[in-house]
Structures are given as C-alpha cells and as structure tokens.
Write a protein that binds this ligand. Structure first.
Ligand SMILES: Nc1nc2c(c(=O)[nH]1)N[C@H]1C(S)=C(S)[C@@H](COP(=O)(O)OP(=O)(O)OC[C@H]3O[C@@H](n4cnc5c(=O)[nH]c(N)nc54)[C@H](O)[C@@H]3O)O[C@H]1N2
Ligand SMILES: Nc1nc2c(c(=O)[nH]1)N[C@H]1C(S)=C(S)[C@@H](COP(=O)(O)OP(=O)(O)OC[C@H]3O[C@@H](n4cnc5c(=O)[nH]c(N)nc54)[C@H](O)[C@@H]3O)O[C@H]1N2
Ligand code: SF4
Ligand SMILES: [Mo]
Length: 715
C-alpha cells in the first residue's frame, strides 16, 4: 500500500538499501515506496517487518553499567563519565594504542566517519578496524589491485539485465537480496546466460542456465581453468588486452598450468561444464562476473577475486558498457563504511593513512597536526585476538559500535574469551546483543528510522535514510555519544606520545556530512558535490562526485581505469589449497552463510517474531548419502566438530549440497553457533578470515549413543 504521508526512508539491513516509507505515530508501519528505483517497492521479509525493531520491548532504552556482576540502568552522565575515565586510565597506563575501537559496515557514513575521527583525533589510537574486514575486504583489495579503485559495482544494478552472460560466484541473492533477484532473472529473459558457481544448489542456482558446484575453497582454480579454456579456444580479446591492460603474459602462464582435467580434479567441476561456461562467457558480446562472500571469505580471497577479474580483462568485458566485474557488498553501508576512515589503514575519501598528502589534508579538516595522526593499526581479527593481552601488543579497553563479534567473528569462543579479558568493554548498540551482554557499559543508540544519515548502497549510490519516528526518551545517537566522549577525553593526550587537542565533534548528521564532504574532497571516494538536498531530489547520487555541478558517476572505467597508467592489471595467481583441508580426523568441509529470514549475528532479526517463526534456529545442511552413512534422520541433533570447537544443531537433509560438504548459517549464539567451529586463517593481503572453508567431522547425537562419521574416509 502506498501512503504518501509516510516518510521516505530506507531499510535498516542490507546493502540494497531498499526504499520504503514509514508511517509515524505510536506504532509505525513499513509501507511500499514504488518510486525508488533500486527495489521499486519490493521488500524482503526483513524489510517488511523492520518496524518491530522500534518497539521498546525489542531494544535498549537506557544506558546500562555493570555493578556487582549485573548490568543495571544508570543515567547518561554516570555511564559516559565511567567510559571516559576508563578509557583515559588505560591510555595513561598502557598508551593510546591500548584503547581499541571496533566499528561496523551498518553504520551510516556520518557515523563511520566520526568513529574514525574519534579514534584518531580524540583517542589518538591506531587500534581501529571494523566488521567489513569480515565481509568484502578481499574483493576490495582485488579491485584496488586490478582497477586502482574499489567501488563494489562499477555500474548500477539496472545495467545487469543488458549483459550477455552473467557469472555469479558464491552469491545467493535469492536469500540475501531478494528484490535484486529480478535483475539476475532478467538476464535470461533478455536472452543472456546466467551461470552460478556455488557448492550448494541454492534458490539462486536454481534460476541459472548452468550451475557449477565446486568444492568450497577452489574458486581460484576454477577461474584459472576457465581462463585456460578461453586462451586455448581463441576467445581472448587481444585488442582489448593490448590497449587497456597490463600483465597478461604472467596471468596467461599461470592459466596454462591449470588445464581442464587438473581443474576438474581440484574443483570437482566436470571438464565439459568448465568448457561450456568458458564458451558462454567468451562468446557473449558483453559479460559480467559478480562475486559475493563465497569466493571472497577464503584465506586466498584476494587472489581468487583477482583470477575472476582476469576473465573479464582477457575477454574485453571490463570498462565497457554492460560489462565488468563487481562485488555484491553486504551490509547496509558496506560500501560507504569502507571509505570514510574506520579501516585500520585508512583516512576519509578512501585515502591511505600512510600517505603524507592524505594525512595533511585530513589533519587540516580536523584541525590537528598531521604528526598527531596515528599510523596503520591492526585488522579486525588481529585486533580481537589482541584484546586483554599484556605487553605492547595488548588492547585493554574496547569500544564496539555496530558489530556483534561474539556471534560473527571466526573462532568465536576464543574471541569471546579475549573480550572477557579486557579491562573495559563498552558497547554502543540498539539491542542487548551477545557482545553487549559482556560489556561493562552499554550505550543505547538510535537506529535507522529514529535518525537521519546517508548510506552508500551496493551500487555506489549515496542514499539518505531519513528520520521518520522519535526514539525513546533515554536513547541517544552514536554521533551524540562520540561528541560527549570526545568532550570528556579532550586535551588529555597520552603523555606526549600522541598529542591530542580539542577537536570539534558535531552531533548533527548534516553538519557531519558537510565535514565528510570536505574531508573526502580530492580522494578516490569523493563526496564533495553530494548534499542531502541533492540526494532527496535525485534518488541518490553515485560517487565520485567532486562538485555540486558534477552529475555523479553511475558507471566507472568506461574511458580508463583508475591505475596510474589507466590500464587494468591482470593478477598473476596460482591455485593453493585452503588453510585447512579435510583429513582422517576431520574428513568433511564446512561452509557457512545465510538464510533469508535472519540477518548477520541475528542481534536484530532474532527479536522479530515473524522472522524467528520463519527460521527459528540453526541447522546443519547435509546430503542424504552422508546422512545415511551417519544414520541421521531429518531434525536429529548433529555435532559439527573442528580444531576450534564443537557446534550442535539439528540435521537438515537436502540433495542441494555436495556429499563431502556441510553448511551452517551463522546467525545464532549458543550451542549452534557456527563460528565456534570456523577457521580464523587470514588472507595475507585483505586479512579476511576463512569463513567459507574448514575441515570438520560430524557426530550424530542420538540420546546416549554417539557415532562418529567418516573416520579416515573421504566421500
Ligand atoms: N537474509 C540475509 N541477507 C543478507 C545478510 C544476512 O545475514 N541475511 N547479510 C548481508 C551481508 S553483510 C552480506 S556480506 C551478504 C552476503 O551475501 P552472500 O554472499 O550471497 O551470502 P552467503 O550465504 O554468505 O554466501 C553466498 C553463497 O556462497 C556459497 N559458498 C560457500 N562456500 C563457497 C565457496 O567456497 N565458493 C563459492 N563459489 N561459493 C561458496 C554458499 O553456499 C552461499 O550460497 O548478504 C547480505 N544480505
Ligand atoms: N561463519 C560466518 N561468519 C560470518 C560471515 C559468514 O558468512 N560466515 N559473514 C561475515 C560478514 S560478511 C559480516 S558483514 C559480519 C557481520 O557480523 P556483525 O558485525 O556481528 O553484524 P551484525 O549482526 O549486523 O551486528 C551489528 C550490531 O550493531 C547493531 N547496530 C545496528 N545499527 C547500529 C547503529 O546504527 N549503531 C550502533 N551502535 N549499533 C548498531 C546491531 O543491533 C547489532 O548488534 O559477520 C561475518 N561473520
Ligand atoms: S533486500 Fe535488504 S534492503 Fe531490501 S528489504 Fe531486504 S534486507 Fe532490506
Ligand atoms: Mo557482510
């Protein structure tokens, strides 16, 4: 139902940032917003039921502070004084880098910007990173290596139906971005070919002309095999390679070492399917490769994405209309969250914190001396792993804003122990997440429809999520929290190591955005020409947009790539195994991912009845042959055991998965927490953990009887 009196805003969840309207009043309702181009009124169940999160019963309504072991309500003054005193004490005793900050890709651009500024200019710490490291960091790194610039999609979603052949690698938009599935379906309706690469026959794979079902962790070999076929069968666009790329000779040599039979042995994808896929892609006039977390959340994710980009470069399917490589980023502000300075090595505008010119520019906007800005810090898992440790490497106090690592970090039991070892844990959240439950101080923050801010969606389109309803009286915005903390911390410094001056922190989002525009000006992610009024008038503005007269940039790279010589760079990469391959003790692969009705750590969606009714808890997806060998019936409890730990959840038996692989969604805490089991092996470039591959064994738990699967035997 359309209700034009309701406020135009956007969904609280994923990177599609579907447009919606919210009616005001005591019980706000989500309404359709058919005029917003990305989703044209369509919403998934999470968006439809998002208003349930606004109910006071679902969320935090006052600050909480730990007192004799229990979290109890306190006033803001008491909570903020405690936080500021605790952070100052750690800084005085252990140095500024012992105070850590952990942000989130769901935070608005304004919040992400302010959090990075707070870390560098109010705390003086290098120890800041965020959950986007766990999300699209491998694709971001590969994009920068190949194209000199990282924007997830170099074209709007609306271009997708016009492409001749689309390869979706490890992406399941049927569950993770349902309103976008239309664009992928339309590829086929318009006569193109859709190829899906996934170890599971997902609802997305069911839409495809061709489904390649490789072993988890072998996408790099698969891409090399496809390039081999393209080269061997004369499908390389030599003119494009010569005019617009560098490095083909080495990529070619690597591909020649991955002949189809070898690739079949590594991946399990039959040679005939490999050839068919290569021929579809090579012969199509235009083509796209889009990846999501499947190939990226691997300890070789950066190289893997590089190998898929190679396919676009070799066939002239990049930097041309209706062609190119793209990463389907995930979180609400998965794109903007990676541009404005909450990354360990980054300053606003996608600038490098190690670049002297970038430091000087941003220091001038903030009113600090460039020397006062810290250098690069540790990445997300490294930061979490250092919590509570003594010595110079240890982070002793942590502020978490917009993440729930107790559920979502790899090797989560270890991360939970590290969080417990902190001198001070402060969590700003909208709900009492599992991480907030461990905190010394919990700060209740306003959420999506209760505040205004910008987010940059999966396409690179900056949208305005407008306030539509009032927050509960004792809830404050993250921007206000950061301003209050900065005021309390101001001027103290850390004994001269990083001189800290009193820097201005606004709490009005439009004022913060105005400052972000100046800080980003001249950087790669240039927002200088974007304003709230323009976004309202234009259904969003695509960055880079360097001036108010500039139209914004929906399509990148059509004239040249963003590298110094304007050419895209091939990646010279070879196959290597996952950090942990199955063996006699742990004979199966575990991979992890998502279901439609739950979001991420589930902190928000597990509080919405309609969504928990749809998918009430965790499960282990396994093939009937494996289930038969174990003697497991549908719904029977099953333990998934790895070198990190053991998770228990009911069996869900399906032919959609390979018999040598099991799958768990990661949305739940407790015994069924998938991340108890996952491997924190990191990609050397992006520092992405290997969420998508580890070795496990299954144990069927039937009353007192316990049976162990597959000892020694591979299926
Ligand atoms: N419902 C829902 N939607 C969401 C989210 C959510 O939590 N719930 N989260 C949002 C976020 S932050 C993100 S990042 C996106 C993620 O969106 P997706 O990447 O689409 O989601 P995943 O389920 O993590 O992984 C996609 C697919 O990768 C497959 N896969 C597993 N291992 C491999 C492998 O080794 N190779 C290949 N090729 N594929 C593999 C899985 O079987 C799965 O079907 O979703 C966003 N949207
Ligand atoms: N095994 C496995 N683990 C994974 C993945 C996987 O595929 N497999 N995927 C990884 C990926 S891609 C991601 S993105 C991460 C995500 O994992 P998390 O970082 O845990 O993401 P969320 O559950 O969205 O947590 C966001 C938290 O911030 C709160 N919040 C929301 N908006 C705001 C706000 O504006 N301000 C504040 N202060 N708080 C807010 C929410 O209530 C919630 O508690 O998980 C990663 N973990
Ligand atoms: S697809 Fe994403 S943005 Fe759209 S309604 Fe669902 S969760 Fe919200
Ligand atoms: Mo993500």
């Amino acid at each position: 139902m359309t209700d034009s009196s309701a406020t135009a805003t956007h969904c609280p969840y994923c990177s599609l940032q579907c447009g919606m309207r919210l009616s005001g009043g005591a019980a706000p309702q989500v309404r359709e917003r058919a005029d917003f181009p990305v989703n044209r009124g369509a919403l998934c169940g999470k968006g439809q039921h998002a208003a349930a999160l606004l109910a006071p019963a679902a969320r935090l309504t006052t600050p909480l502070m730990r007192d004799r072991g229990e979290l109890r309500s306190v006033s803001w003054a008491v909570a903020l004084d405690r936080v500021a005193a605790g952070l100052s004490a750690v800084r005085a005793e252990h140095g500024a880098d012992a105070v850590g900050v952990f942000g989130g890709g769901g935070l608005t651009n304004e919040k992400a910007y302010q959090l990075g500024k707070f870390a560098r200019a109010a705390l003086g710490t290098a120890s800041i990173d965020y959950n986007g490291r766990f999300c699209m960091s491998s694709a971001a790194a590969a994009n920068r290596l190949a194209f000199g610039l990282d924007r997830g999609l170099p074209f709007p979603l609306a271009d997708i139906p016009h492409t001749g052949c689309l390869i979706l690698v490890g992406a399941n938009p049927a569950e993770t971005m349902p309103p976008a599935l239309r664009y992928f379906r339309e590829v086929r309706e318009d006569g193109g070919t859709l190829i899906v690469v996934d170890p599971r026959r997902t609802r997305t794979a069911e839409q495809a002309d061709l489904h390649l079902q490789p072993l988890p962790g072998t996408d790099l070999a698969l891409a090399l095999g496809l390039l081999h076929v393209l080269i061997a069968d004369g499908l390389v666009d030599a003119e494009f390679v010569a005019a617009r790329t560098t490095g083909f000779a080495r990529a070619r040599a690597a591909a020649m070492a991955h002949w189809p039979e070898r690739v079949e042995r590594i991946t399990g994808v039959p040679v005939a399917q490999l050839r068919l896929a290569a021929h579809h892609f090579g012969r199509a006039r235009t083509g796209m490769v889009l990846s999501a977390r499947g190939p990226e959340q691997q300890s070789k994710g950066t190289d893997t994405v590089g190998a898929w980009i190679n396919l676009c470069l070799a066939t002239g399917k990049a930097g041309r209309p209706h062609s190119g490589y793209g990463c389907l980023t995930g979180q609400g502000n998965g794109q903007g969250g990676r541009e404005h300075g909450q990354k360990a090595d980054q300053l606003p505008g996608y600038r490098s914190i190690e670049d002297p010119a970038a430091r000087a520019h941003v220091a001038a906007v903030w009113g600090v001396a460039p020397e006062a800005l810290p250098r690069s810090g540790r990445t997300a898992y490294e930061l979490l792993d250092s919590l509570g440790r003594s010595g110079p490497e240890g982070v002793r106090a942590l502020l978490v804003m917009g993440s729930n690592p107790v559920v979502s970090a790899p090797r989560a039991a270890h991360v939970t122990a590290r969080l417990r070892a902190l001198d001070l844990l402060v969590v700003s959240d909208v709900v009492l997440s599992e991480t907030a439950q461990l905190a010394d101080v919990v700060l209740p923050s306003t959420q999506w429809a209760e505040e205004t801010g910008t987010l940059t969606n999966v396409e690179g389109r900056v949208v305005l999520r407008q306030q539509a309803t009032a927050p509960p009286p004792e809830v404050r915005s993250d921007l206000w929290i950061l301003r209050e903390l900065a005021e309390r911390l101001g001027g103290e410094g850390d004994g001269g190591q990083h001189p800290v001056t009193r820097v201005r922190f606004d709490d009005d989002p439009e004022a913060v955005f105005a400052e972000l525009r100046r800080a980003s000006a001249g950087g790669q992610a240039d927002y200088a020409g974007i304003s709230y009024d323009r976004i309202r008038a234009e259904d969003g503005v695509f960055w880079p947009c360097p001036s108010e007269e500039h139209p914004g940039t929906p399509r990148l790279f059509l004239d040249s790539f963003a590298t110094p010589d304007g050419r895209a760079r091939f990646a010279a990469v070879g196959h290597r195994p996952a950090a942990e391959e199955p063996d006699a003790e742990y004979p199966l692969y575990l991979t992890t991912g998502r279901v439609l009705a739950q979001y991420q750590s589930g902190a928000q969606t597990r509080r919405v009845t309609a969504l928990t009714d749809a998918v009430p808890g965790p499960f282990v997806e396994l093939h009937p042959r494996l289930a038969a060998r174990l003697g497991v019936a549908e719904g029977a409890p099953l333990a998934v055991v790895s070198r990190r730990g053991r998770a228990v959840a009911p069996a869900r038996i399906t032919e959609a998965i390979r018999p040598d692989t099991v799958f768990m969604p990661f949305h739940w805490p407790g015994p069924g927490r998938a991340n108890t089991v996952t491997n924190p092996a990191l990609d050397p470039t992006s520092k992405m953990p290997e969420f998508k591959v580890c070795a496990v064994r299954l144990e069927a738990l039937q009353g007192e009887r316990e049976r162990v699967a597959g000892s020694g035997e591979r299926i």
